[in-house]
Design a protein around this ligand. Structure first.
Ligand code: GTP
Ligand code: MG
Length: 219
């Protein structure tokens, strides 16, 4: 399956002002410059859907993109931990991100992006642990795979998994991507579509049950 259409809808800093919807939402998070906006453009097969930059700190808002006429949403978030922002600004963005992640009922899976070139960083590991403590469903997406050869890329991914298994009983879904080369697009979309299908099937079951009604309800 593929995306039929994707369209920018709205940006804001307040989770309470995000679109009122009843459909699954998939958000992309990670350190500044890791490639969140580029990945969304890659999924949408567009160069200009989400704004990207060589300089970190480009995305400053919660950006909603409507997919397949509103069947689901993609969300581009500001990066975390950008040192040059200063403490006050960093805390402001951490607050925006935290409120979105914990407060957005529609959030179905958070994709946490990790630059494949780097060894596991404390800030990312702490963020992943925080997601676990708060029972936020997430998957890990390694970015910029084109910047390493296949052997080095796989070695770094294996090393990352090893470190994760030191504090987690099982690994989350892991994807290897390159927005530059389109790598991982199909796998990510298959994953999203499979979750969407599960959700719509369980909604259908609920509707059937409520339509047939329990004996108590009929009396
Ligand atoms: P902020 O919004 O600032 O938090 O950054 P971001 O995570 O949205 O990163 P963005 O998509 O703006 O990309 C940052 C830089 O990395 C840009 O110069 C991109 O061209 C580059 N980049 C992103 N993904 C890839 C990739 O897969 N391969 C390569 N070679 N470069 C990439
Ligand atoms: Mg961005």
């Amino acid at each position: 399956m593929d995306i039929k259409n994707i369209k920018y809808e709205i940006s804001n800093q307040d989770v309470r002002k995000c679109p009122e919807t009843d459909v699954p939402e998939y958000a992309f998070i990670g350190r500044s410059n890791v490639g969140k906006s580029s990945l969304i453009n890659m999924l949408g097969k567009s160069k200009s859907l989400a704004k990207t930059s060589q300089k970190p700190g480009k995305t400053l808002l919660i950006n909603h993109f409507k997919v397949d006429n509103g069947a689901w949403y993609v969300v581009d978030l500001p990066g975390y931990g950008y040192a040059a922002r200063g403490k006050e600004q960093r805390e402001k963005f951490a607050g925006i991100i935290r409120n979105y992640i914990l407060g957005r009922r529609q959030l179905t899976c958070l994709f946490v992006l990790i630059d494949i070139r780097h060894s596991p960083q404390k800030i990312d590991l702490e963020f992943l642990n925080w997601l676990g403590e708060n029972s936020v469903p997430f998957a890990i997406v390694f970015t910029k795979a084109d910047k390493l050869g296949p052997v080095a890329a796989q070695r770094n991914v294996d090393e990352y998994k090893k470190v994760l298994l030191e504090s987690w009983d099982e690994l989350p879904p892991v994807f290897i991507t390159s927005s530059e080369k389109g790598r991982g697009r199909e796998e990510l979309l298959d994953y999203i579509f499979s979750i969407n299908k599960e959700i719509s099937e369980s909604c259908e079951e609920e509707t059937e049950e409520s339509e047939s009604g329990s004996p108590e309800e009929k009396n």
